[in-house]
Design a protein around this ligand. Structure first.
Ligand code: SAH
Ligand code: SF4
Ligand code: F3S
Length: 478
């Protein structure tokens, strides 16, 4: 699709700002500023989207609350990746009927990936009549106009048309902290892995212009942001649709030129498109964190083919070798699905043997969940849930042992960590991350939050490290 139809004209964004102003003038006639609650499910992309929704709400004059019963406006930003995620949201939305009983003027909105599915919208239309507005991820930038419509037309609004998707620059944003920020570099997905709903709900792959990304990162770095995570469903596809082609490795190098004391992370990197060029760029960029999330999904080449992943077990292992040659200290993580339709026990065990071979620092593991509308959902799936659970538990046992072993190696070392917040645990009051992204529960003063510190690691378990902040803040990166 032509870029001129993808990047929205500034005029379209200005129009939304007009709607924000109109809503602000409705709200300012009220006795109290409206309280808004944004409840977010799913991946970092949804978190980043919610920060834009909050930016728009803030500009309308809203304040924020975490209590639905205190809210005048509730936005539930949903995830459709697995059935459990959807069930949870239906439960939450069902409960919101009490908000409407208490405050009939309250407005309830449902957005995100679930909202984009026709079957979900239909169920909401019929059975969740207290939901006033439903819109998919592609319509997020039109939220002010849609919300204005709810107030002025006094009717329920459904905006879930299947759209290619656009790029909206210049939407306001509320960042969750001054320490960390998400920067979307692209939207959508073209990969159509056979089990996955994302390409159907997030539209086609589209890359932001490098200049827009660089400007956003520069602004964050100048504001003192310490950790910037670049987001895309497959960041390695970045730039394929740009008029002046540029790939993700080039983008990383350009961003790295931006001065500042920040770390660059990114996710997700699809193994089929990751290669030497990216790993060398990571190794040579002084801001790039030594962390690579490289989802393998399965260790069986037959299953990978059925998943439409575009690589074999051997090709994946070769990429891991390449990454480790370029960066011997790289922290590697992955996503795995157990119980893909037709997967045999032997194939599931191939996944475990791959995990043993790679020795990931950590894994995100899932039991396959059929997603209506995807090709895999039509495949015969003869293995029982109970049997899949047994394979899954074996995988977890293997990974837990490996994580514990790898974590133990840190004990006794002093590492530079970024202190990113409070942990809520009085024994280890601070939460921090290593360069490679491992969690360190830290003893130290809360004045270190937002700073780098040298952490002396005193203990570890399967999931995290424990340590003490040594001396004052650590010196800055070059
Ligand atoms: N774009 C990313 C993944 C985003 S979804 C990538 O390709 O790596 C995050 C993870 O959810 C996937 O990596 C996969 O492991 C898991 N997942 C996706 N669809 C699933 C399904 N139908 N059932 C179980 N897990 C699924
Ligand atoms: Fe889903 Fe595959 Fe796209 Fe990741 S790359 S979002 S798993 S279709
Ligand atoms: Fe879920 Fe949508 Fe992310 S389906 S995982 S919120 S892209």
């Amino acid at each position: 699709m032509d870029r001129t139809h993808v990047v929205l004209p500034a005029e379209d964004i200005r129009r939304q700002k007009d709607f924000i102003d109109r809503l602000a003038s409705i709200y300012c006639r009220r006795e109290h500023p409206p309280m808004a609650m944004v409840d977010t499910y799913g991946c970092q992309q949804n978190v980043a989207d919610s920060q834009r929704l909050m930016g728009m709400l803030r500009d309308m004059g809203c304040r924020f609350t975490g209590d639905p019963l205190a809210a005048d406006l509730i936005v539930v930003n949903t995830c459709a990746i697995r059935e459990n995620a959807e069930k949870k949201v239906f439960g939450v939305v069902g409960q919101l009927v009490h908000v409407k009983e208490k405050n009939p003027e309250a407005i309830i909105c449902l957005c995100g990936c679930m909202a984009q599915q026709e079957v979900v919208a239909e169920r909401i239309r019929r059975s969740y009549r207290h939901v006033d507005l439903i819109f998919g991820p592609q319509a997020l930038w039109r939220f002010p106009e849609l919300l204005y419509g709810v107030y002025t037309r006094r009717e329920r609004i459904f905006s879930i048309a299947d759209e290619h998707g656009s790029i909206a620059e210049g939407l306001p944003v509320v960042r969750e902290s001054g320490v960390k920020a998400w920067v979307s570099i692209m939207y959508g997905c073209n990969n159509f892995c056979s089990y996955c709903i994302v390409p159907y709900v997030r539209g086609r792959e589209r890359s932001r212009e490098p200049a827009a990304i660089l400007a956003e990162v520069r602004e964050l770095a100048e504001a003192g942001c310490r950790e910037i995570t670049l987001l895309g469903q497959n960041v390695n596809s970045y730039g394929k649709d740009l008029d002046v082609p540029m790939d993700f490795a080039d983008l990383l190098r350009e961003i790295d030129q931006i001065p500042g004391d920040y770390l660059l992370r990114f996710m997700t990197s699809h193994p089929k498109d990751a290669g030497e060029k990216l790993f060398c760029a990571m190794a040579e960029c002084s801001h790039a964190a030594r962390q690579l999330h490289l989802p393998v999904q399965s260790g069986s080449s037959r299953v990978l083919k059925a998943m439409n992943r575009g690589y074999t077990r051997e090709q994946y292992l070769e990429k891991v070798r390449m990454a480790r040659t370029a960066m011997p200290d790289i922290v590697l993580t992955s996503d795995i699905i157990i119980g893909f339709p037709g997967e045999t026990e032997a194939e599931a065990m191939e996944t475990i043997s791959l995990v043993e071979e790679v020795r990931y620092d950590a894994l995100f593991t899932f039991i396959y969940s059929p997603r209506p509308g995807t090709p895999a959902a039509k495949l015969p799936d003869p293995v029982s849930r109970g049997e899949k659970q047994v394979w899954f538990d074996r995988l977890l046992d293997a990974q837990n042992r490996i994580s514990a072993e790898l974590h133990r190696v840190y004990v006794g070392k002093t590492l530079r960590v970024l202190v990113d917040g409070e942990s809520g645990d009085p024994s280890w009051p601070l939460s921090s991350r290593t360069h490679g992204g491992r969690l360190v529960h830290l003893k130290g003063d809360t004045s270190l939050i937002g700073q780098y510190a040298d952490a002396h690691i005193t203990g570890s378990n399967t999931w995290a490290l424990f340590g003490e902040a040594a001396g004052g803040p650590a010196p800055i990166y070059k």
